[in-house]
Design a protein around this ligand. Structure first.
Ligand SMILES: Nc1nc2c([nH]c(=O)n2[C@H]2C[C@H](O)[C@@H](COP(=O)(O)OP(=O)(O)OP(=O)(O)O)O2)c(=O)[nH]1
Length: 131
């Protein structure tokens, strides 16, 4: 069986990236992530990201390049894949998250990210997307 894939969007606008605080489940609440979720059977990774950002934030995005490598999530053969994205319609609203924040390159450590996201945060800090 191929691994389950979770996709996340690093939405960048005006040299800031959108960080989202999880509202649930209790063990993840208050930890910050990139909006996204599970790729459904038969769905492309890009389509899943577009769908999740619509559901979670009420926005339309276009998906860009991968950031970093596959990140094993350590449960049931699941991997996390993060893609750069940009907004094409709407203003992000916390429809499913507890809070949203736009973070510049120097603000990336201001929130407690989910541990799996650490290499992505490093890549954002060291890369050119937030320049
Ligand atoms: N979306 C997202 N999930 C992440 C990130 N980092 C990370 O470890 N995860 C983990 C947390 C969860 O265990 C899993 C995502 O599950 P989820 O519950 O958000 O996915 P979903 O929206 O498709 O789930 P569901 O409630 O619709 O079943 O991936 C991240 O940056 N973004």
């Amino acid at each position: 069986m191929s691994p389950r894939v979770i996709v996340g969007a690093a939405i960048v606008a005006e040299r800031k990236v959108l960080a989202c605080a999880r509202a649930h489940p209790p063990e993840l609440a208050g930890m910050w992530e990139f909006p996204g979720g599970k790729v459904e059977p038969g769905e492309s990774e890009t389509a899943a990201l577009v769908r999740e950002c619509q559901e979670e934030l009420g926005v339309r995005i276009v998906v860009g390049d991968r950031i970093g490598d596959d990140i094993p999530l350590g449960h049931r053969r699941t991997v996390l894949k993060i893609f750069a994205a940009r907004l094409v319609d709407g203003n992000p609203t916390a429809l499913e998250h507890a809070e949203l924040r736009w973070l510049g390159r120097d603000e990336l450590d201001d929130v407690p990210w989910l541990p799996a996201d650490a290499p992505i945060v490093v890549a954002l800090r060291e890369g050119t997307l937030l320049e």
